[in-house]
Design a protein around this ligand. Structure first.
Ligand code: NAP
Length: 247
């Protein structure tokens, strides 16, 4: 019986956990950081919270007799990925990274590439009405732009205002549909979309809506990829890799 730790927090991790649930050859533990108050239930053992850095994760791998680790975290969650790489090297645990491919612009897209949220905040013009499709942890750089109105979407309703300046918070959990995204942009007279190049299907609709409305997109490019090691783009490829480990 192979024990597999899946580092999650993404739709792909949940899909992988569901695919492995009940598989006779493996036991799966899904690990979540605990950022979402009410994560979607998955039919496998789930643990929540940090490990205490690379050393803590290494100790966990040894104590729980983990045979393989699948890093299915978000493309922008680089710290946990670096910790996983280090912990697996230290403990000799096989590691696979599941990394969805980035989005690419197509005809009629008007993307402006920046390297960070700071860069995005700087390049918004005065009096813009910007949809920040970023998550609440990424908003701090926009606090200085009191001359811009912001639309913010969060999974859980915030307990307090997310920005000091003019803004509106709406709640929603993906996957999102194009019609709904277009209506959201139109209703709030959004002039700019600020997004990170997360890739995947669940949040692509906002880009299609922006294209349909000819809105400029401030696209925050991905940080450098995780440390060396095998990387696959989808769940079937992970199952293939795990197949070699499972009896
Ligand atoms: P991060 O900066 O890479 O990680 C910060 C710390 O959170 C890590 O050092 C680790 O704490 C803990 N952590 C992160 N993911 C964990 C996991 N799956 N299981 C246990 N501990 C975890 O990550 P982040 O950007 O804050 O994202 C947190 C989680 O949300 C990730 O799991 C990611 O998949 C998910 N997520 C992130 C984004 C995003 O935009 N970054 C978007 C959607 C979902 P210790 O050092 O104590 O182990």
């Amino acid at each position: 019986m192979a024990r597999v730790l899946v580092l999650g927090g993404t739709a792909e991790a949940a899909t992988l956990a569901k695919a492995l649930a009940g598989h006779k050859g493996c036991e799966v533990v899904l690990s979540l950081a605990g950022r979402t108050a009410d994560p979607q239930p998955v039919p496998v053992e789930t643990r929540i919270g940090g490990f205490g850095g690379a050393d803590g994760l290494g100790s966990y791998l040894a104590a729980e007799r983990i045979d393989a680790l699948v890093d299915a975290t978000h493309p922008f969650a680089r710290q946990i990925s670096e910790h996983a790489a280090q912990a697996c090297t230290n403990t000799g645990t096989p590691r696979l990274v599941l990394l969805r491919p980035p989005w690419e612009p197509v005809a009629r897209d008007d993307w402006h590439h920046v390297a960070s949220e700071n860069g995005a905040a700087e390049c918004l013009p005065a009096s813009a009405r910007a949809f920040l499709a970023l998550g609440r942890q990424r908003l701090a750089p926009f606090a200085t732009r009191a001359d811009v109105w912001f639309l913010v979407r969060t999974v859980d309703p915030p307990d307090e205002p997310l920005l000091p300046g003019p803004h509106l918070t709406v709640t929603g959990r993906g996957p999102f549909e194009v019609d709904g995204e277009r209506k959201l942009l139109e209703t709030h007279r959004v002039s700019h979309l600020v997004a990170r190049n997360s890739g995947g299907d669940g949040s692509y609709a906002k880009l299609e809506a922006a294209r349909a409305l000819a809105l400029p997109v401030i696209m925050i490019d991905r940080p450098p990829p995780p440390a060396a090691g095998p990387v696959v783009p989808d769940v079937p490829s992970v199952l293939e890799w795990l197949g070699a480990l499972m009896p």
